[in-house]
Design a protein around this ligand. Structure first.
Ligand SMILES: C[S@@+](CC[C@H](N)C(=O)[O-])C[C@H]1O[C@@H](n2cnc3c(N)ncnc32)[C@H](O)[C@@H]1O
Length: 275
């Protein structure tokens, strides 16, 4: 792994660790998306891995790890890159002493091959620098017949913010997202997608739109989620008042008839089976 990628990982881990205490209050979209992903578990024949091992990959503060523990009979592991998130998870769910919390990277999973029955990952894998490698790692650790359930935002997410920044300068202010086509192609390659083998249960992209009365509410939320401005080629200088004014002006062009500012997310839902 190159020094730059290491530094990026450290920056991502630091940003999420700093946000850990505020994350839950800001994560309503993440809750809705994770709930939707939980609903896909019956699609994946929940009973198949009911007493097997489940991993919540990029578990954050552990909300869905605890839900998985409630829903399934087998052992559950919450795995995350950010120590700060894991320590918040341990605090939140200290009564649930059956969950193992593990620090690790989705692109280099600290798990044995063929050891996991269900890998659940909601709104986390978009932070990988090499998503195909993360999918390969998921495939490696899954047992035959095991399921990968993933949600992640793809290209088109926060398009209003990205376009509004473009009216201000040519720097990158909004995180890069993988395209739907890239995600689908990497999954198909890693899981050797054969429709006749039915190892491709679900791939869909859904638009979720959030509304705010003021742009500052969206910017604050992104900061509280730890999800602001940790791009590789991010702008390192402070944004001036003039730039902020221009950003606000540009975003105003999206204001709806109901006087609200939209922020759209394109969310991919994935369910694959290791054949
Ligand atoms: C937006 S939070 C989502 C947390 C949780 N899944 C939820 O839905 O509330 C993204 C999480 O992914 C973690 N993460 C980012 N990159 C990761 C990686 N390469 N490996 C493991 N976790 C990672 C972050 O530390 C953060 O806790």
């Amino acid at each position: 792994m190159s020094v730059n990628v290491q530094l990026d990982k450290q920056a991502i881990a630091n940003s999420f660790s700093r946000a850990a205490s505020r994350y839950d209050a800001a994560a309503s979209l993440q809750r809705n998306v994770g709930d939707e992903l939980m609903r896909q578990i019956p699609l994946a024949e929940g009973r198949v891995f009911a007493d097997g091992t489940t991993v919540d990959l990029g578990c954050g503060t552990g909300y869905f790890t605890a839900r998985l523990q409630d829903a399934l009979a087998g052992p559950v592991i919450g795995l995350d890159l950010a120590e700060g998130m894991l320590s918040q998870a341990r605090t939140n769910y200290q009564a649930t002493n059956t969950i193992d919390w593990l620090c690790g990277d989705a692109e280099n999973l600290p798990l044995a091959s063929d050891s996991v029955d269900c890998l659940f990952s909601s709104f986390a894998l978009q932070w990988c620098s090499d998503l195909q490698r993360a999918f390969s790692e998921c495939y490696r650790v899954l047992k035959r017949g095991g399921y990968l359930l993933v949600s992640l935002p793809v290209q088109g997410t926060l398009i209003e913010l990205e376009q509004s920044w473009k009216a201000v300068d040519q720097e990158r202010h909004v995180n890069d997202f993988f395209s739907e086509q890239e995600v689908a192609a990497w999954l198909a390659e890693v899981f050797q997608h054969h429709p006749e083998k039915k190892n491709h249960e679900l791939f869909s992209v859904v638009t979720e739109t959030r509304f705010y009365s003021q742009l500052n509410q969206l910017l604050r939320e992104l900061k509280d989620l730890g999800a602001h401005n940790i791009n590789r080629d991010r702008v390192k200088s402070l944004t001036t008042k003039g730039q902020y004014r221009a950003l606000h002006q540009a975003y105003e062009t999206y204001r709806t008839d109901q006087q609200l500012l939209p922020a759209s997310y394109q969310v991919a839902y994935v369910c694959y089976r290791k054949g």
